[in-house]
Design a protein. Structure first.
Length: 340
């Protein structure tokens, strides 16, 4: 018999690494990790199999599908926002065609198993596009249906893939005589900026806050690429991982919206810097504004209305800004850099 597994693509990324640590605590779950590069040593012992390969390789995906019975797919592989602007065609291949490949794999698995395959897709705050500062200020905490007019390739890719997920879940092959609904149980979170103490992200347009944290711990000056008063939503990585697990464990009957955005706080760079100074008094910040990246961040909302996630699957964060600093960011970042 084929082994029953959970498949994680993009497993070497910052979400993938932390998700593996959490999912591996369930001893009944066999994790198979797929990434362009071999899985890093600190989680390699937590997975059932590591597969080095590309989500664009249909032969590889067919081989995985024939080898395993896939119960859940966490499709994390993506070309991130900054790189996507430089290579929009490649971004479309990786982010859209790659997602189509994974959804197709899910459908094939659903047909062979006779039941829905759960599919998690991490979307992004980049799906939003607010046209000007006054609209942004007056809109306050927006809902998932507001301002879905992305100005980045990454945002366009993510928004389209959300729609693809809904289509594959509800309408795939709807004109065929053997049409089946719910082949894919699609669930998605539009993440705001994520802050992790374990990994320092590169290639994301919201990376200035976590990069600032790591620079402070290394006693390095940080050159911030957005203005000091820039405000957008953030959350810490443990809350993000808990949200993924909670959403995927939620009763299917309760999942009505399928796509949710989450946020817990929204500090400006200057506010975050002032908090860091309490723990790293010698830390210096310099502002070297990248006007193009600033424009991208300016198009994103100040705050998010998270009532859909709270109502449908009981989402509740464990950290606000103060507790994030006191209980997670500072203790863990000092431990990572041996700061005592």
């Amino acid at each position: 018999m084929r082994a029953k597994i959970t498949l994680i693509t993009g497993a070497n990324g910052e979400i993938g690494q932390e998700l593996i640590k959490t999912l591996s605590k369930n001893t009944n779950t066999k994790l198979v990790a797929l990434d362009l590069y071999p899985i890093q040593n600190d989680v390699s012992n937590l997975i059932y199999e590591s597969i080095t390969g590309n989500i664009l390789d249909k032969n590889l995906l067919e081989q995985i599908g024939s080898t395993y019975e896939i119960k859940e797919i966490y499709h994390l592989a993506a070309l991130l926002s900054t790189r996507s602007e430089f290579s929009p065609q490649m971004a479309h291949k990786v982010n859209v065609t790659g997602t189509l490949n994974m959804l197709s794999l899910g459908v094939e698995q659903s047909h062979s198993q006779g039941e829905s395959v759960k599919f998690f897709f991490p979307s992004s705050i980049a799906v939003y596009g607010i046209e000007d500062e006054q609209t942004k200020i007056h809109s306050k905490a927006i809902t998932e249906s507001d301002y879905c007019n992305p100005i980045t390739m990454y945002g366009c890719n993510k928004l389209y893939c959300e729609k693809l997920g809904i289509y594959y879940g509800k309408h795939y092959h709807q004109l065929s005589e053997d049409f089946q609904k719910d082949l894919i149980d699609f669930r998605s979170i539009r993440f705001s900026g994520l802050i992790s103490t374990d990994t320092e992200p590169q290639g994301g347009t919201s990376d200035y806050i976590p990069q600032m944290l790591h620079a402070a711990a290394r006693n390095e000056q940080y050159d911030c690429f957005v203005q000091s008063n820039t405000r957008m939503p953030f959350m810490v990585m443990p809350d993000a991982i808990n949200a993924i697990v909670s959403l995927m464990n939620a009763d299917k009957i309760k999942i009505k919206s399928h796509i949710y955005h989450l946020s817990t706080f929204n500090p400006t760079p200057e506010e975050f810097y002032n908090l860091l100074k309490k723990y790293f008094p010698n830390f210096k910040i310099n502002y070297q504004i990248n006007k193009k990246r600033q424009t991208m961040v300016n198009s994103w909302p100040l705050d998010l209305n998270c009532q859909a996630a709270k109502k449908e699957w009981g989402w509740s964060p464990n950290y606000d800004l103060d507790s994030a600093f006191n209980k997670y960011l500072i203790p863990q970042i000092k431990k990572k850099y041996n700061k005592g």
